[in-house]
Design a protein around this ligand. Structure first.
Ligand code: ADP
Ligand code: MG
Length: 491
């Protein structure tokens, strides 16, 4: 063994002591234990598990966390608690300084080599490759290539309207960040019903992110994530898979609601934490908010909700019209004769429902018809062609909070009463009605509904649902009341 020169050793220790001693570290451990006891395990893990001690002096404690969000949350909710815990270990403490340590990306483990960029012409149209990048992951594990990207789903082709302004702005912001920029919100979580543009936005992020050589963006559907993980396990390269995943700058996961299986979820959880903690961006889309991802555990849900959660609403008529116009313009590049009069566009925008896929379908039919028959597009033709896409108003997605609000208003109690444990008759009946409506108007499971009603058991919900079902059959005025509530919620 090489001897370390004595002076060098002293030097090193001196330098270290300016910042922290072993005693400080031990104190820190005790502070953490105190904190854990005071706030409870779940909260501790959600907010404090990734906090690190950076420096200590008599009065000031310097701590760091990986995201701005964690920092501001801790500052606004737990500053005093944190100070109190330190003071009981080190009474001279007067100040806690909290910083974000993710501004710079931490070095990757040396084992992972990123691929060199290749000239665009050598590339195939698949995932990263159109932009001249070989997927970095495939050099480590072939099974972890990204899901294919659709070249049409770019920011340029995305039409912004009232229902998606925020989601669009957030996605754009994420895609413009450069390596080393502080992460604004992590994860970015976008949710919306079918056909409202989630995949479009996520793929736009992936396209935009892969332009430069400096960032690696990986777009995966949750299914692909599962498949990759299972395949990696079979091939016994799970470790390489994990490391590869963690070697990217932006992870984009689509359709998170399909992520299933305890071990995949646990793996997803680790990956997410590892990425976020090392200052990498995660973007997620799902058909429901984090709180409704019933199969994920509570801590995971709170982590997912801990960044920016944005909902995209249904496409309003104006937005539908704009989307149609931009689609026609795009189609005309290849089919210059394809001319759609404004009256036809506004007819489709009015008649075809909120779903972006149906809009696309309607235009495709017009295009096919006009190409095959060489006849101009007219209103009559449009009416004929898209007849089956014109559906009566789709039932609206109803939220449990909305049900609670509307029911509370109807029966003149507060929403808090509905969630409380009070058992007086004037609260019990409205609560049962609200649970019944939650079961009939949403796709939520009984345990989930129970959770959203102040943490009740699923058997309580079941009881309420049965009770109201019975009453409705025998009590015409209650039946009518409930019918009115339903209509109010669905209109
Ligand atoms: P989701 O993933 O939410 O089910 P998609 O992203 O697949 O929905 O969108 C369905 C279709 O609607 C796609 O063709 C998409 O390009 C189009 N679309 C949805 N929203 C917009 C928008 N704001 N601008 C342009 N096209 C849109
Ligand atoms: Mg989608």
């Amino acid at each position: 063994m090489n001897r370390v020169p004595f002076t060098a050793l002293v030097d090193h220790v001196d330098h270290y002591e300016m910042k922290m001693t072993n005693m400080d570290q031990e104190r820190w451990l005790r502070v953490r234990d105190r904190l854990r006891i005071e706030v409870g395990e779940d909260i501790y893990l959600s907010w404090f598990a990734r906090m690190e001690l950076d420096a200590v002096d008599l009065e000031t404690i310097k701590l760091s966390v990986p995201t701005r969000f964690l920092k501001s949350w801790i500052q606004s909710h737990y500053a005093e608690k944190l100070l109190g815990c330190w003071q009981s270990e080190q009474p001279t403490t007067t100040r806690i300084e909290l910083t974000v340590r993710s501004a710079a990306i931490r070095p990757l483990p040396p084992k992972i080599k990123l691929a060199e960029p290749v000239p665009p012409r050598a590339a195939k149209l698949n995932g990263y490759e159109p932009h001249g990048m070989v997927p970095p992951i495939s050099t480590v594990h072939e099974g972890l290539g990204g899901s294919p990207l659709d070249p049409r789903l770019t920011f340029e082709a995305f039409v912004v309207g009232r229902s998606n302004t925020l989601a669009h702005a957030a996605a754009l912001q994420v895609s413009r960040a450069r390596r080393g920029d502080a992460v604004m919100f992590n994860p970015l979580y976008i949710h919306a019903g079918v056909g409202l543009g989630k995949t479009h936005l996520l793929q736009a992020v992936a396209w935009a992110g892969n332009v430069g050589p400096e960032r690696k963006v990986l777009y995966l559907t949750a299914e692909k994530f599962m498949y990759g993980f299972v395949a990696a396990l079979r091939a016994q390269t799970a470790i390489a898979f994990k490391e590869a995943l963690r070697a990217i700058d932006v992870l984009v996961i689509d359709d998170l609601q399909f992520l299933q299986g305890k071990s995949t979820q646990a793996e997803f959880c680790h990956t997410l934490n590892a990425l976020i903690d090392s200052g990498r961006q995660v973007v997620i889309a799902s058909d429901r908010p984090p709180s409704d991802l019933e199969s994920l555990d509570e801590r995971m849900r709170s982590r997912l909700a801990g960044g920016l959660v944005v909902e995209m609403g249904v496409l309003g008529e104006e937005l539908r019209l704009e989307i149609l116009k931009s689609r026609v313009a795009a189609a005309r590049l290849h089919h210059p004769g394809f001319d759609v009069p404004p009256s036809v566009l506004s007819f489709i925008a009015k008649a075809v429902t909120h779903n972006g896929r149906d809009l696309e379908g309607a235009l495709n039919r017009l295009l096919a018809h006009s190409k095959l028959t060489s006849q101009p597009v007219t209103l009559e033709m449009a009416e004929r062609e898209v007849r089956d896409l014109i559906r009566p108003q789709e039932p609206r997605r109803v939220k449990i909070e909305e049900i609670q609000r509307v029911v509370a208003r109807q029966y003149n109690v507060s929403r808090a009463d509905l969630l409380s444990s009070r058992r007086t008759a004037n609260v019990v009946r409205p609560r049962q009605v609200a649970m019944y409506l939650a079961k009939t108007l949403t796709l939520r499971s009984l345990p989930e509904i129970g959770r959203r009603f102040g943490g009740r058991d699923h058997t309580t919900v079941l009881h309420a649902v049965r009770k109201i079902e019975n009453l409705v059959n025998n009590d015409a005025s209650l039946a009518e009341e409930i019918e009115l509530l339903k209509r109010q919620l669905q209109e």
